[in-house]
Design a protein around this ligand. Structure first.
Ligand code: G6P
Ligand code: MN
Length: 417
């Protein structure tokens, strides 16, 4: 039987994975689900809820919980990581500090995203290095943001098997389903770029290219980027491109908002955990649907099925480039369509690079590689270079002021600096 470990299992997303396991129980012989977290209170709540939830789902697995990382990783076939180092308290700082300078303040994008990477990468390297010893054959399924930078750090500095994911990989399928009522299996597309910096093109339904009207209906589901702009591009950008194509408008909007997204999530979590803690409750709280990461478990368990049962599956994964995108270094982790099976994943060559986006992709990768090195080495000079390379920061006047402020705000979580 399979041992499936969840690192950061106190997260409110955990039950989604059980849901997906129940749906695939004929295909996936999960014997043990091991919940690991450093937050004992949340871990206990989730252990209790997961046991009730599994029973309700008719999912016959042994659910265990531990605060020992070694026990959690030992002999694991799959390790799903979904941690948030410093919690939402630090996320709010990532959002607020850049906004003070009229710069994008967001959990994965811009200077805030870099700080999230700095807090997270040392912890994730620790998990990966332990897996080299305790579960060398196991697969690390990473959902920890910023997933592109985390995946690049783990692939460059450890030997652990890692696949980096984002629910964004199936957004176009979700959009097509919502807009046209067609099931996922019928929708295919080319996917090119990085995590939260990508473009989809050549959408087909049952192998035939979408019509212009269908394209517009699908594109209209991406309500963060202007539809006229998407029509002009001819490819659909990730919703995160709002920060690049509508920078001033979005910064003004988020500065004026009474709360940041992180503060909103903190409020939401009060209700979510109260519902999870209620021992008479065995349903996922409704408020969970207001979180952005929904759907990730479908992708995660799809990967498990592809690997464990050796079923060739096309999925969007964060993987080392190795030539898939011609203008990026081989070592660069990119988010592209891959063929997944027992041997792991093989990036599909990107045949067509949309003409106006390769500069942005290259610039952001330039930032990401410097940020990963800064995170691993604790190097302030590289931190500055990374921010100078970032198209959303770039100016020295900002970098000079931001660096000491960001380091100070994160000092409890940056042992490497
Ligand atoms: C999207 C992104 C995830 C991110 C989530 C944030 O799904 O792809 O990477 O974690 O949104 O959702 P939240 O509810 O935390 O704002
Ligand atoms: Mn994501």
């Amino acid at each position: 039987g399979m041992k499936f470990t969840i690192v950061g299992a106190g997260s409110s997303y955990t039950p989604e994975l059980l849901d997906e396991m129940a749906m695939r129980k004929e295909q996936l012989p999960v014997k043990e689900v091991m919940l690991y977290d450093i937050d004992e209170k949340r871990l206990n709540i989730m252990e209790g809820f997961c046991k009730r939830f599994a029973e309700k789902l008719g999912l016959d697995v042994e659910i265990r919980a531990t605060t020992s990382l070694d026990k959690a990783l030992y002999g694991a076939d799959f390790v799903d990581t979904q941690i948030r180092v410093g919690g939402n308290r630090q996320r709010v700082k990532d959002e607020k500090i850049p906004l003070q300078y009229d710069l994008v303040g967001q959990e994965t994008t811009g200077a805030g995203g870099m700080m999230k990477a700095f807090r997270t990468i040392p912890v994730m390297l620790d998990v990966a290095r332990k897996m080299e010893e305790l579960s060398p054959e196991g697969w690390l399924i990473n959902y920890t943001n910023p997933t592109g930078l985390v995946t690049e750090a783990v692939t460059r500095y450890t030997k652990a098997n890692i696949a980096g994911f984002c629910s964004g990989g199936i957004f176009p399928k979700m959009w097509a389903k919502r807009a046209l009522g067609i099931p996922y299996e019928q929708v295919q597309y080319d996917y090119m770029g990085l995590n939260h910096m990508n473009f989809i093109s050549n959408i087909t339904i049952n192998g035939r290219p979408v019509t212009e009207a269908e394209f517009e209906k699908i594109a209209a589901q991406n309500d963060d980027v202007d539809l006229e702009l998407i029509k002009l591009l001819g490819v659909i950008p990730s919703p995160y491109l709002q920060w690049y194509y509508h920078t001033n408008e979005k910064v003004a909007k988020f500065k004026a908002a009474p709360k940041t997204r992180g503060e909103y999530v903190q409020d939401l979590e009060k209700d979510v955990y109260a519902a999870y803690a209620d021992e008479t409750n065995c349903d996922k709280p409704e408020a969970l649907a207001k979180r952005g990461g929904g759907g990730y478990s479908e992708v995660a368990m799809g990967f498990v099925n592809a690997v464990y049962n050796n079923v060739d599956t096309k999925m969007v994964v964060n993987v080392p480039n190795n030539g898939a995108i011609s203008f990026l270094p081989d070592s660069a982790v990119v988010e592209v369509g891959c063929l997944v099976n027992k041997t792991g994943m093989q990036a599909l060559h990107v045949t067509e690079v949309p003409s106006m986006c390769w500069g942005l992709v290259a610039a952001v990768k330039n930032y990401e590689q410097l940020a990963v090195e800064a995170a691993v080495e604790g190097d302030v000079r590289k931190m500055k270079l990374a921010l100078l390379a970032h198209p959303l920061v770039r100016q020295w006047e900002y970098v000079e002021k931001l660096v000491p402020e960001l380091l100070e705000a994160n000092k409890e979580y940056l042992p490497q600096f």
